[in-house]
Design a protein around this ligand. Structure first.
Ligand code: LLP
Length: 393
């Protein structure tokens, strides 16, 4: 902390490796590619760690693609997801030979076809279908309804595949689905799988060959004391249903979530008759999840403080918003100057951070063995406005 300042993110390289290898090894000899979802944590040291052990990547923008390439990842191990790929992004992805575009609509299929045509090449595609897993029966899929903007209705997919089949510029690879995130029960995944397997049967009957099935990411992690999915059991269940078809997964959170913490310092202590506030130097711009999703992250003292004030603390940041908190009602013994570790912050932490309130984005550090490395410098005040211009009149 002293070396890097506060607040900051700290990642464990060995945890990132172990988490990816757990997925990879669970497949045994079944054909598969575990494509880490870059959006969860796109630091190039994280991507490089994963590239070195053979990971594939799930990307949603050219920015993510370029990060993967700079970090030593290969284009042909990237699947390109996302609802609105631009022509420029599609062109670049074709140039670097991405393994597959996960296509989310008829108009996107047209765009990919026309870019492929202009380059006189074939674009590898899967159609992302929305299997309409009933969110009501599986309340843990809290994004179930929002997910409807994603993918193609399962009933419309055959038409789209037929269009793709008839195009000389499109090359059908497989089928894709992703039903949500932080899912802690295996049943919605298996319900979705049953639905897409039915569709694959229908496609086969129509002469459309599906050689890979991408089941997305979404495997939940433990933030508090929730029970979550056993990865080996999930992958065994997939393998038992799919025959010989190659499986792609796109886990993000489950690779990096528990491999990272956010460290913040108690700046001030402020108690009134109703509340005990610990005002910390970290804020919603650094770690948005608590404010945005009311997400729970465990908070632990970096050093036990037996001489602090024992209370139930709200940990609030310096930003001028009531919603600026990282945790509420936490029993801790605290003094001004204490460091706190906000746990399970490796996924959707730094990547969702911003410069709100003109706060420079924080440093990122990676621990490897008994060494630690600065993997992203803290932004400077100058960085905040060095791309801005005044109108000189
Ligand atoms: N594949 C696709 C197409 C996705 O949209 C996502 C996540 C993933 C894979 C990776 O899902 P994961 O394994 O990480 O659950 N910001 C939110 C999470 C948003 C997830 C968006 N899509 C959060 O902080 O909880």
């Amino acid at each position: 902390m002293v070396a890097y300042g506060s607040p900051l993110y700290v990642y464990s390289r060995s945890d990132v490796e172990r988490n990816w290898l757990e997925f990879d090894q669970a497949f045994g000899s079944h054909p598969h590619l575990v494509c880490y979802a870059v959006k969860a944590n796109s630091n190039i040291a994280v991507l490089n760690t994963l590239a070195k052990i053979g990971a594939g990547f799930d990307i949603v923008s050219q920015g993510e693609l370029e990060r993967v390439l700079v970090a030593g990842g290969q284009g042909n191990r990237c699947v390109f997801s996302g609802v609105a790929k631009t022509a420029k992004e599609i062109k670049r992805a074709l140039e670097v030979g991405v393994r597959c575009f996960n296509v989310e609509s008829a108009s996107e299929l047209d765009r990919i076809e026309s870019v492929a045509k202009s380059l006189n090449t074939q674009a590898p595609i899967s159609i992302r279908v929305n299997p309409n897993v009933d969110a009501k029966t599986h309340p843990y899929i809290s994004t179930g309804l929002k997910e409807n903007k994603f993918g193609v209705d399962i009933d419309d997919a055959i038409n789209l595949y037929q269009r793709a089949q008839n195009s000389e510029y499109l090359n059908i690879q497989g089928l894709d689905c992703h039903i949500g995130s932080q899912i802690t029960e295996v049943s919605p995944f298996l319900d979705a799988l049953d639905k897409v397997l039915e569709l694959i049967d229908q496609l086969n009957k129509n002469g459309i060959k599906i050689s890979q099935l991408d089941l997305g990411g979404g495997i939940g992690i433990v933030y508090d004391d929730e029970q979550t999915i056993d990865i080996q059991a999930y992958i065994d269940a997939i393998i038992s249903k799919v025959g010989k078809i190659e499986i792609i997964l796109e886990p993000g959170r489950s690779i990096v979530g528990n491999a990272g913490i956010f460290v913040t310092k108690v700046e001030f202590i402020k108690q009134n008759s109703e509340h005990s506030f610990a005002i910390i130097d970290g804020a919603m711009n650094d770690l948005l999840r608590p404010s945005f999703y009311n997400a729970y992250h465990q908070v632990l003292p970096v050093n036990e403080n037996s001489n602090g004030i024992q209370a139930s603390w709200d940990l609030v940041g310096p930003i001028c918003e009531t919603g600026d908190f990282l945790a509420k009602d936490r029993a801790l013994s605290l003094s001004q100057g204490d460091y706190l570790a906000v746990m399970s912050a490796g996924a959707y932490g730094f990547t969702m951070s911003s410069n709100y309130n003109s706060r420079p984005r924080v440093a990122e550090v990676m621990v490897s063995g008994d060494q630690h490395y600065l993997v992203r410098e803290r932004e400077t005040i100058q960085d905040l406005f060095n791309k801005e211009h005044m109108i000189n009149d």
